[in-house]
Each structure stands twice: as structure tokens, then as C-alpha cells.
Design a binder for this molecule. Structure first.
Ligand SMILES: Cc1ncc(C[n+]2csc(CCOP(=O)(O)OP(=O)(O)O)c2C)c(N)n1
Ligand SMILES: [Mg+2]
Length: 395
């Protein structure tokens, strides 16, 4: 891995060029791989083990293929809603790979791939989107909002920025109990306009809490472009106000993302306090399966970012290193597709959540109001002579 330290942002760092990809120049975000896959990280070259490089590649490709398959399921009416992350795979996998199993993740809404990286079984991820009774959230959570307790992955939050406070709370608790874990709080560019973002960064800075804020600046917050989100030149620049380093990285370069995130995680774990990382990337598809981005943005912009594809970039690098061949690549894709097909098959076999689960799992003892509602639901069910219609809708 390159020995270059990421540049700490200053208030006059350059802005992310929404249409042109991460900008080049003296204050450019850290980049180790050029879009053509060549190493630009300086002397020494890429020092990651071949297995690690291939794992990163597989991890990114799995997310890309899953996005395509899940979107198809949504269009076929087999799931109600899906939040895709095509184009952001390097930011997701590179940051996830910098964490240890003991660390904690407070995700936003594009980090299902982090849960997968941390071992979430694919059939469980799919079952969650289907609202199946076989899955821990029992159809009561928005589709695509995963949680994975075994890997310290708290429930995904589309309530923008709330998870950052959770990340700081987890980090502060660990700090007080001298538990050497790091908490990672994910956010999007839009979250930086939220009150919770400022509270979280402020407390993290004051406490020097072992937390890393990882912002996927994908240039859009639904239909709001980055230029309308903030007049700041960068998101990383905002770190200055909270007394922590702000780092900009090419979010479509998985090796650079891994490098800067590892440094931030090490700093946090060794008592050096929090870091705000801004990964410059791009949301190539709609905000969700319910969105049509052609209504508010130019396709030319999308095409420019397609040329920065994170998976192609690593693939070219691996081909040049001789770690990948066209045949091996095809075999990896086939294997991943087969695993997704199997995941869909298993997930679809799961039954609907039992009606009773609407009332259980929330309070240890039902409140009088819930008892009343439970009785009403049971009476309704008996009157209809069948199950109530699914409450699992789309948004
Ligand atoms: C507190 C709150 N306000 C508004 C919304 C509606 N909303 C859902 S996603 C979103 C935009 C998020 O943009 P960003 O933080 O950039 O994340 P991205 O979707 O690009 O990953 C908004 C405004 C919400 N879910 N929560
Ligand atoms: Mg965004």
C-alpha cells in the first residue's frame, strides 16, 4: 500500500466536480489507482496480498450483481422497494475492509454491502427486502434496512444522520470502558445539512471519541445536487470546525479508500480521535427503486461517472498484475450469480411474518393499548376468515 498520507482538508480545499469525477490537481483527493487501473500511488507499488485484492474485487462485484438482480425483483413485484448503490461499491467495500470484526457499524442507507462484507448471509438480506418471517425484522422494517447483530451492524437508517449520534455514543461508551473498538458512522452528502451531523461531530471532537465518519459523497441527495447542498468547497473541510482531520479520497478507487480508512481507524483505535472521510463517488441510478433520476439530471453526467467505474478500475489493475484473466473473471461472476439465485430461492421459501409479530418483539409486556389493538386485529382476522393483507408496502 502506498506510503502517502492523505491530505488533511483545509477550508479552501477544492470542490468536488459533480460532473467530471474527482478533480485532479494539487488538492486532489487521494488516489492510488487511475481509472485505467494503473498504479499512481508512488514508489513501492501496491503491497496488498493477491488474495486481499481478489476479495475486494469479489466483494464489489457481488454488490453490483445483487443490485441488478434486486432491481429486477422489484420490477417484477417480488419485493416492494430497493435502494441500489451501483457505482459506489469501492467506497462501501474499501471502508468495510478497513474495519475489524470487533468494530461497530452505524450505517446510513447505502451500506447493505458492508453487512454482506461482515458476513450477513445473502438469503437473509434478500428475505429482509421481501419482508419474510424468516428474517429478524419480521417485515416491520422498511425493505432494504438491514441489521446484523452478530457483526455489530446496527439497523440501517434512512432517517438521515441519526445514526451518527449512535456511532458517537457507541464510541464514547467504548472509550469510557476502555474497550479498543472503533465505531464507523456512515453518511451521505445530504446528511451534512442535518442538525445531528453537527452534534455528532461536535461531541466526537470534544471527547476525541474512537469514531470514523465515512461520507459517501455521491453528489446527489435524492434530487438535490451537491452544489445546492452546501456552499462549502468540500465536505472534508467541515471537519476543521470540529477539531478533527478531514480527508478526501477518490471514492471509486477501492485501494485508496481502504488506505485512508485504515489510517483513520488506526488513529481512532490508538486514542488519536475521530476523522471525517469524504469519499467522492456518484449515485449512478435512482435514489431508490421509486425514483426516476432522468427527471432532474442530465444523462451526460452519469456517462462521465460511468467512465470512472470502480469495479472496472480494479479489474484492469488485476488483469495487468496477472491476478485475473477473462476466464477467471467469468467464473467469479458465475459463482456470485449462482449464490444470489440460491439466496433468492431460499428467501422466497420463507413464510409471511405471523400476524402476532405485529404486537410482540416491541415491549416485554404489551401495553393496554397494544392489547386492545391485538384483540381488534384478531377479531378482524376471524371475521375475514384469512390473513390480513400484507402491511409491507413501498415508499
Ligand atoms: C431526517 C430526514 N429528512 C429527510 C428524509 C428524506 N430523505 C430520504 S433519503 C434523503 C437524501 C439523502 O441524501 P444523502 O445523505 O446524500 O444520501 P444518499 O441517498 O445520496 O445516499 C432524504 C432527504 C429522511 N429520510 N430523513
Ligand atoms: Mg448523496
Amino acid at each position: 500500500m502506498g506510503s502517502r498520507s492523505p491530505k488533511a482538508a483545509t477550508a479552501d480545499a477544492p470542490s468536488a466536480a459533480a460532473a467530471a469525477g474527482p478533480a485532479a490537481g494539487a488538492d486532489a483527493p487521494l488516489r492510488l489507482l487511475a481509472p485505467d487501473g494503473s498504479w499512481v500511488g508512488g514508489a513501492g507499488g501496491n503491497a496488498l496480498a493477491p488474495e486481499t485484492l481478489l476479495e475486494l474485487y469479489r466483494g464489489m462485484l457481488r454488490i453490483r450483481l445483487l443490485d441488478g438482480r434486486m432491481l429486477n425483483l422489484q420490477r417484477q413485484g417480488r419485493i416492494g422497494f430497493f435502494g441500489q448503490c451501483t457505482g459506489q461499491e469501492a467506497a462501501i467495500v474499501g471502508s468495510a475492509a478497513a474495519l475489524e470484526a470487533r468494530d461497530w457499524v452505524a450505517p446510513a442507507l447505502r451500506e447493505a454491502g458492508v453487512a454482506l462484507w461482515r458476513g450477513l448471509p445473502i438469503e437473509r438480506l434478500i428475505a429482509q427486502c421481501m419482508g419474510k418471517g424468516s428474517e429478524v425484522s419480521q417485515g416491520r422494517q422498511m425493505p432494504c434496512h438491514h441489521s446484523f447483530r452478530a457483526a455489530n451492524f446496527v439497523s440501517m437508517s434512512s432517517v438521515i444522520a441519526t445514526q451518527l449520534l449512535h456511532a458517537v455514543g457507541i464510541a464514547r461508551a467504548a472509550q469510557l470502558s476502555k474497550d479498543p473498538i472503533v465505531a464507523m458512522g456512515y453518511l451521505g452528502d445530504g446528511a451534512t445539512s442535518e442538525h445531528d451531523f453537527h452534534c455528532a461531530l461536535n461531541f466526537a471532537g470534544v471527547w476525541k471519541a474512537p469514531v470514523v465518519f465515512f461520507c459517501q459523497n455521491n453528489q446527489w441527495a435524492i434530487s438535490v445536487p451537491f452544489a445546492k447542498q452546501t456552499a462549502a468547497k468540500s465536505i472534508a473541510a467541515k471537519a476543521v470546525a470540529y477539531g478533527m482531520p478531514g480527508v478526501r479520497v477518490d471514492g471509486n478507487d477501492v485501494l485508496a479508500v481502504l488506505d485512508v480508512t485504515r489510517q483513520a481507524v488506526e488513529r481512532a483505535r490508538s486514542g488519536g480521535g475521530p476523522t471525517l472521510i469524504e469519499a467522492l463517488t456518484y449515485r449512478r441510478l435512482g435514489h431508490s427503486s421509486s425514483d426516476d433520476p432522468t427527471r432532474y439530471r442530465e444523462q451526460g453526467e452519469v456517462a462521465q461517472w460511468e467512465a470512472q467505474d470502480p469495479i472496472e478500475r480494479l479489474k484492469r489493475h488485476l488483469l495487468a498484475l496477472g491476478l485475473l484473466t477473462a476466464a477467471k473473471d467469468e467464473a467469479i461472476e458465475e459463482e456470485l450469480q449462482a449464490a444470489i439465485s440460491e439466496g433468492i430461492r431460499i428467501a422466497e421459501q420463507g413464510g409471511e411474518p405471523p400476524l402476532e409479530s405485529l404486537f410482540t418483539d416491541v415491549f416485554a409486556e404489551l401495553t393496554p393499548q397494544l392489547r386492545e389493538q391485538q384483540a381488534a386485529a384478531q377479531a378482524e382476522l376471524a371475521a375475514r376468515g384469512g390473513p390480513l393483507p400484507s402491511h409491507h408496502g413501498s415508499r
